[in-house]
Write a protein that binds this ligand. Sequence first.
Ligand code: FES
Ligand code: FES
Length: 477
Amino acid sequence: MAEGEPAFLAPAVSGVCQNFRPVQKQFFGFPHGNLMLGAVFFQIATIPMETGDRAQVKHTQESVYPLDIHARGIYVRHVLLRQEDGCSREFFDYDAEKSFMAGVLEFNLNGRPVRVEGISPNTTLLEFLRGNGLTGSKEGCAEGDCGACSVAIIERDADGQPTYRAVNSCLMPVCLLAGREVVSVEGIANSELRTPNSELRNLHPVQRTMAEGYGSQCGYCTPGFICSLFEGYYRDDLHTHDDLDDQLAGNLCRCTGYRPIRDAAIEAFSLRSSRGNEAQIKSGDDSETPSAFAKLRHDKHVVSYDEDIFAERLKKSDAKLGAAEYQFAGEKFFRPTSLAELLRLKRENPDARLIAGATELGLDIAKRFKKFPTLISTESVPELKEIKVVEGVASSSSRRRESAHTSEVMARTDVHDYESEWHIGAAVTLTEIEDKLAEEFPALGDMLRVFGSRQIRNRATMGGNLVTASPIGDSAP
Ligand code: FES
Ligand code: FES
């Protein structure tokens, strides 16, 4: 019992608290309360409880309120729990150590570890960033269209290698960031790249060429463009102007116009020195390039890949997503790492929503202000993240022949013989599918190129697109 606490707390606290594990201090709002007591009960050590538990809430010496626990959650110690007042046996037998869910999640933001606690797992990354003073990322549409909220995360590409991916932070619940590395526009500016250029010393090449090439007017869209260009800078598959347009298709600018922005991108990408010429955007026609850029190209402001801390960060990262659990005020988030665990969690939480890229559920959160009580991420389940070719399967033609009942059906069937087929896990992103299959299936590549934007494809999954049956979910052939 801490010194100075009201005396009436003493008996209950001393009698009960050994069963619980205080983990943090925070303000508390009752998730289902009509008690209107949250504000007056201050804050204090957290007490995990389960659905069905009953407790007594002692507001003052005289007033005691019953409290049904509707969801496992965090309850303040000032909620007094006394067996003689009607708390259930189950509650007292509750094994806090065993059933405890973390009220904290961690991720890396701009090279520094960040702890997230005391907020809903449904909070979007954009809300989190701006609420913590990183207001570079903007909210334009809150539905994944304008790109003003873009940030970069480290993700695995289709070959399992770490890579930067621009994503819409307005759609991404912060719980999905557990264990990830995030770069916001503020982190890009403080890159400490050794570019010998006075006041622009700390700007990344994509920022410097935007500034020097007048790629920004009101600036509202600029942080988002910077993050998309940042991803593009570290991609080695942008070879043409079409590729560049594709990279920027998820960012809208209402006042500068796109020409200076494209020029800035071309210039920045040309500064990548040691990644080989194949990584450059081929301008084709020098008259397209403003003269200031032509001069820059001959300057010595070339950033060596080896000096680039972001490239170094990629080399050090394995981009592996481990298991995660987080909860606040009865809202829960799980990220299992096996199919068996995923199925178990779904069984135990039948109302839980499965979530992967959050391009659909993120809309519900950002635009319809929904709070999902339980979210289960599919992003770390190996079987669902797999994209592989399976050899030696029965050819599609033979299977079709088996199922064809008449020669007429056979005649109408477009029969091809395949000796192998691709298996795409439900949580594989459209970008991974594009990277892996567009060459072999050009029609698929053409379709994906006009599907959403780069940021959306970096998160949206084939499985999610099918099961949400979104009216804009037209990835299925
Ligand atoms: Fe427009 Fe996020 S705010 S895409
Ligand atoms: Fe104003 Fe792009 S600079 S919206």
